[in-house]
Design a protein around this ligand. Structure first.
Ligand SMILES: Nc1ncnc2c1ncn2[C@@H]1O[C@H](COP(=O)(O)OP(=O)(O)OP(=O)(O)O)[C@@H](O)[C@H]1O
Ligand SMILES: [Mg+2]
Length: 242
Protein backbone atom coordinates (compact mmCIF):
# COMPACT_ATOMS: atom_id res chain seq x y z
CA UNK A 1 0.00 0.00 0.00
CA UNK A 2 1.30 3.48 -0.81
CA UNK A 3 1.63 5.75 2.20
CA UNK A 4 -0.53 8.85 2.34
CA UNK A 5 2.08 10.65 4.43
CA UNK A 6 5.77 9.90 4.52
CA UNK A 7 8.04 11.61 7.02
CA UNK A 8 11.67 11.29 5.98
CA UNK A 9 14.53 11.92 8.43
CA UNK A 10 12.83 14.99 9.83
CA UNK A 11 14.76 17.10 12.35
CA UNK A 12 13.86 20.33 14.11
CA UNK A 13 16.34 22.19 16.28
CA UNK A 14 15.60 25.29 18.35
CA UNK A 15 19.10 26.65 18.93
CA UNK A 16 20.73 23.89 21.00
CA UNK A 17 17.44 22.06 21.67
CA UNK A 18 16.99 19.09 19.36
CA UNK A 19 13.20 18.83 19.47
CA UNK A 20 13.21 16.22 16.66
CA UNK A 21 16.18 14.19 15.41
CA UNK A 22 15.99 12.22 12.18
CA UNK A 23 12.44 10.97 12.68
CA UNK A 24 10.95 8.86 9.88
CA UNK A 25 7.61 7.11 9.69
CA UNK A 26 4.72 6.82 7.31
CA UNK A 27 0.95 6.76 7.58
CA UNK A 28 -1.18 4.47 5.43
CA UNK A 29 -4.46 5.78 4.03
CA UNK A 30 -7.52 5.12 6.15
CA UNK A 31 -5.56 4.32 9.31
CA UNK A 32 -5.15 5.98 12.70
CA UNK A 33 -1.61 6.42 13.92
CA UNK A 34 -1.10 7.13 17.63
CA UNK A 35 1.83 9.45 18.35
CA UNK A 36 2.90 9.28 21.99
CA UNK A 37 5.84 10.12 24.23
CA UNK A 38 6.73 12.08 27.38
CA UNK A 39 6.22 15.84 27.71
CA UNK A 40 8.69 17.70 25.54
CA UNK A 41 9.46 14.69 23.31
CA UNK A 42 8.64 16.60 20.10
CA UNK A 43 5.07 15.53 19.29
CA UNK A 44 3.57 19.00 18.84
CA UNK A 45 6.72 20.14 17.03
CA UNK A 46 6.15 17.32 14.53
CA UNK A 47 2.60 18.56 13.84
CA UNK A 48 3.90 22.13 13.40
CA UNK A 49 6.55 20.94 10.94
CA UNK A 50 3.97 18.93 8.96
CA UNK A 51 1.51 21.80 8.62
CA UNK A 52 3.80 24.68 7.66
CA UNK A 53 3.87 26.43 11.06
CA UNK A 54 7.55 25.49 11.57
CA UNK A 55 10.27 24.84 9.02
CA UNK A 56 12.16 21.58 9.63
CA UNK A 57 15.92 21.97 10.13
CA UNK A 58 16.52 18.87 7.99
CA UNK A 59 14.39 16.27 6.26
CA UNK A 60 10.89 16.57 4.91
CA UNK A 61 7.36 15.27 4.84
CA UNK A 62 5.61 14.10 1.69
CA UNK A 63 1.87 13.99 1.28
CA UNK A 64 0.80 11.75 -1.59
CA UNK A 65 4.39 11.85 -2.78
CA UNK A 66 4.52 15.64 -2.83
CA UNK A 67 6.92 17.51 -0.55
CA UNK A 68 5.27 19.80 1.99
CA UNK A 69 8.53 21.75 2.45
CA UNK A 70 8.14 25.50 2.30
CA UNK A 71 4.33 25.44 2.02
CA UNK A 72 2.23 27.79 4.16
CA UNK A 73 -0.35 26.40 6.61
CA UNK A 74 -3.09 27.60 4.23
CA UNK A 75 -1.54 25.73 1.31
CA UNK A 76 -1.11 22.57 3.39
CA UNK A 77 -4.75 22.85 4.48
CA UNK A 78 -5.85 23.17 0.86
CA UNK A 79 -3.93 19.98 0.08
CA UNK A 80 -6.00 18.32 2.80
CA UNK A 81 -3.74 18.21 5.87
CA UNK A 82 -5.04 20.01 8.93
CA UNK A 83 -4.27 20.07 12.66
CA UNK A 84 -5.93 20.91 15.94
CA UNK A 85 -4.13 22.89 18.65
CA UNK A 86 -3.14 21.47 22.01
CA UNK A 87 -3.95 24.86 23.54
CA UNK A 88 -7.32 25.46 21.90
CA UNK A 89 -7.78 28.96 20.61
CA UNK A 90 -11.22 29.54 19.14
CA UNK A 91 -12.12 32.94 17.71
CA UNK A 92 -13.65 33.86 21.06
CA UNK A 93 -15.83 36.73 19.86
CA UNK A 94 -17.38 34.78 17.00
CA UNK A 95 -20.24 32.34 17.44
CA UNK A 96 -19.57 28.61 17.54
CA UNK A 97 -21.13 28.34 14.07
CA UNK A 98 -18.97 31.11 12.59
CA UNK A 99 -15.81 29.49 13.97
CA UNK A 100 -16.66 26.40 11.93
CA UNK A 101 -17.70 28.49 8.91
CA UNK A 102 -14.13 29.87 8.87
CA UNK A 103 -12.87 26.28 8.43
CA UNK A 104 -15.44 25.53 5.72
CA UNK A 105 -14.42 28.62 3.72
CA UNK A 106 -11.15 26.79 2.97
CA UNK A 107 -13.11 24.85 0.31
CA UNK A 108 -15.88 27.14 -0.83
CA UNK A 109 -16.33 30.81 -1.57
CA UNK A 110 -20.03 30.59 -0.75
CA UNK A 111 -20.94 31.60 2.81
CA UNK A 112 -24.29 29.81 2.42
CA UNK A 113 -22.57 26.56 1.49
CA UNK A 114 -19.99 27.09 4.27
CA UNK A 115 -22.84 27.46 6.79
CA UNK A 116 -24.38 24.19 5.61
CA UNK A 117 -21.05 22.38 5.99
CA UNK A 118 -20.54 23.99 9.41
CA UNK A 119 -23.97 22.84 10.64
CA UNK A 120 -23.25 19.28 9.48
CA UNK A 121 -19.95 19.19 11.34
CA UNK A 122 -21.47 20.66 14.49
CA UNK A 123 -24.10 17.91 14.39
CA UNK A 124 -21.38 15.30 14.00
CA UNK A 125 -19.61 16.46 17.17
CA UNK A 126 -22.97 17.05 18.92
CA UNK A 127 -22.46 20.76 19.34
CA UNK A 128 -25.27 21.95 17.07
CA UNK A 129 -27.42 23.08 20.00
CA UNK A 130 -24.66 25.56 20.88
CA UNK A 131 -24.26 27.01 17.36
CA UNK A 132 -25.20 30.59 18.29
CA UNK A 133 -23.21 30.82 21.55
CA UNK A 134 -19.98 32.86 21.57
CA UNK A 135 -17.05 30.47 21.28
CA UNK A 136 -15.24 32.19 24.15
CA UNK A 137 -18.07 31.17 26.50
CA UNK A 138 -17.68 27.42 25.96
CA UNK A 139 -16.28 25.14 28.68
CA UNK A 140 -13.16 23.15 27.76
CA UNK A 141 -14.98 19.96 26.67
CA UNK A 142 -17.08 21.88 24.15
CA UNK A 143 -14.08 23.93 22.99
CA UNK A 144 -12.32 20.70 22.10
CA UNK A 145 -15.36 19.54 20.13
CA UNK A 146 -15.47 22.89 18.35
CA UNK A 147 -11.82 22.43 17.41
CA UNK A 148 -12.70 19.06 15.88
CA UNK A 149 -15.68 20.48 13.96
CA UNK A 150 -13.54 23.33 12.67
CA UNK A 151 -10.87 21.07 11.17
CA UNK A 152 -13.44 18.63 9.75
CA UNK A 153 -15.18 21.54 8.02
CA UNK A 154 -12.05 22.01 5.88
CA UNK A 155 -12.89 18.58 4.36
CA UNK A 156 -9.44 17.15 5.11
CA UNK A 157 -7.74 13.96 3.92
CA UNK A 158 -5.41 13.77 6.92
CA UNK A 159 -6.22 15.16 10.36
CA UNK A 160 -3.65 15.71 13.11
CA UNK A 161 -5.31 15.74 16.55
CA UNK A 162 -3.07 17.25 19.25
CA UNK A 163 -4.34 16.11 22.67
CA UNK A 164 -7.91 16.63 21.64
CA UNK A 165 -8.96 14.65 24.74
CA UNK A 166 -6.65 16.53 27.14
CA UNK A 167 -8.55 18.02 30.08
CA UNK A 168 -11.75 16.13 29.33
CA UNK A 169 -13.73 13.89 31.67
CA UNK A 170 -14.17 10.17 31.06
CA UNK A 171 -17.46 10.38 29.17
CA UNK A 172 -16.21 13.24 26.97
CA UNK A 173 -13.10 11.18 26.19
CA UNK A 174 -15.31 8.22 25.31
CA UNK A 175 -17.33 10.38 22.97
CA UNK A 176 -14.25 11.70 21.16
CA UNK A 177 -12.69 8.23 20.93
CA UNK A 178 -15.90 7.00 19.32
CA UNK A 179 -15.80 9.91 16.90
CA UNK A 180 -12.22 9.10 15.86
CA UNK A 181 -13.20 5.47 15.24
CA UNK A 182 -16.25 6.60 13.26
CA UNK A 183 -14.15 8.96 11.14
CA UNK A 184 -11.74 6.12 10.41
CA UNK A 185 -14.67 3.94 9.37
CA UNK A 186 -15.52 6.65 6.86
CA UNK A 187 -11.96 6.42 5.54
CA UNK A 188 -10.37 9.48 7.18
CA UNK A 189 -6.67 9.11 7.95
CA UNK A 190 -5.64 10.50 11.34
CA UNK A 191 -2.61 11.02 13.56
CA UNK A 192 -3.61 11.25 17.20
CA UNK A 193 -1.38 12.64 19.95
CA UNK A 194 -2.71 11.61 23.34
CA UNK A 195 -1.34 10.87 26.82
CA UNK A 196 -4.29 8.66 27.85
CA UNK A 197 -2.97 5.22 26.84
CA UNK A 198 -6.36 3.54 27.20
CA UNK A 199 -7.83 5.95 24.66
CA UNK A 200 -4.84 5.74 22.34
CA UNK A 201 -4.88 1.94 22.32
CA UNK A 202 -8.57 1.98 21.59
CA UNK A 203 -8.31 4.18 18.49
CA UNK A 204 -4.87 3.42 16.98
CA UNK A 205 -3.92 0.97 14.24
CA UNK A 206 -0.27 1.78 14.78
CA UNK A 207 1.80 3.49 17.41
CA UNK A 208 4.90 5.66 17.08
CA UNK A 209 6.72 6.57 20.29
CA UNK A 210 9.03 9.58 20.59
CA UNK A 211 11.52 10.16 23.40
CA UNK A 212 13.64 13.35 23.51
CA UNK A 213 12.98 13.92 19.81
CA UNK A 214 14.06 10.44 18.72
CA UNK A 215 11.76 7.67 17.45
CA UNK A 216 11.86 4.92 20.07
CA UNK A 217 9.33 2.51 18.57
CA UNK A 218 6.97 2.11 15.63
CA UNK A 219 4.56 -0.77 15.13
CA UNK A 220 1.47 -2.62 16.32
CA UNK A 221 0.19 -0.92 19.51
CA UNK A 222 0.03 -4.13 21.58
CA UNK A 223 3.65 -4.92 20.73
CA UNK A 224 5.01 -1.39 21.06
CA UNK A 225 3.72 -1.04 24.64
CA UNK A 226 5.73 -4.14 25.59
CA UNK A 227 9.04 -2.80 24.31
CA UNK A 228 11.51 -2.16 27.16
CA UNK A 229 12.68 1.18 25.65
CA UNK A 230 9.05 2.42 25.61
CA UNK A 231 8.36 1.21 29.14
CA UNK A 232 11.48 2.86 30.57
CA UNK A 233 11.17 6.16 28.63
CA UNK A 234 7.42 6.66 28.83
CA UNK A 235 5.07 4.13 30.35
CA UNK A 236 6.96 3.45 33.58
CA UNK A 237 5.39 0.01 33.84
CA UNK A 238 3.88 -2.46 31.36
CA UNK A 239 0.23 -1.86 30.56
CA UNK A 240 -2.40 -4.32 29.44
CA UNK A 241 -3.14 -3.74 25.77
CA UNK A 242 -6.65 -4.47 24.57
N1 LIG B 1 8.97 27.46 19.53
C1 LIG B 1 9.88 26.85 20.31
N2 LIG B 1 11.05 27.44 20.64
C2 LIG B 1 11.98 26.81 21.39
N3 LIG B 1 11.84 25.56 21.88
C3 LIG B 1 10.70 24.93 21.58
C4 LIG B 1 9.66 25.52 20.79
N4 LIG B 1 8.63 24.64 20.66
C5 LIG B 1 9.02 23.55 21.34
N5 LIG B 1 10.24 23.71 21.90
C6 LIG B 1 10.97 22.70 22.68
O1 LIG B 1 11.03 21.53 21.89
C7 LIG B 1 10.85 20.36 22.70
C8 LIG B 1 9.64 19.58 22.19
O2 LIG B 1 8.44 20.29 22.51
P1 LIG B 1 6.99 19.81 22.04
O3 LIG B 1 6.04 20.88 22.41
O4 LIG B 1 7.06 19.39 20.63
O5 LIG B 1 6.77 18.53 22.95
P2 LIG B 1 5.48 17.60 23.14
O6 LIG B 1 5.94 16.19 22.93
O7 LIG B 1 4.36 18.11 22.33
O8 LIG B 1 5.18 17.79 24.70
P3 LIG B 1 3.76 17.78 25.51
O9 LIG B 1 3.40 16.34 25.71
O10 LIG B 1 4.11 18.44 26.81
O11 LIG B 1 2.78 18.56 24.71
C9 LIG B 1 10.74 20.86 24.13
O12 LIG B 1 12.02 20.82 24.71
C10 LIG B 1 10.25 22.29 23.95
O13 LIG B 1 10.66 23.10 25.04
MG1 LIG C 1 2.51 18.84 22.74
Amino acid sequence: MTALLEIVALSKHFGGVKALSDVSFSVEPGTVLGLVGPNGSGKTTMFSCLTGYLKPTHGEARFEGRSLSGLSPERVCKLGVVRTWQKVRPLAKLSVLDNVVVGALCRTGSVKKAREIAHEQLKLVRLDARASVLAGALPIGERKKLEVARVLATQPRLVLFDEVMGGLNTSEKEELSELIVELRRKGLTQIVIEHDMKAILRVSDRLVVLGSGVKLADGAPAEVVREPAVISAYLGEPIAAG
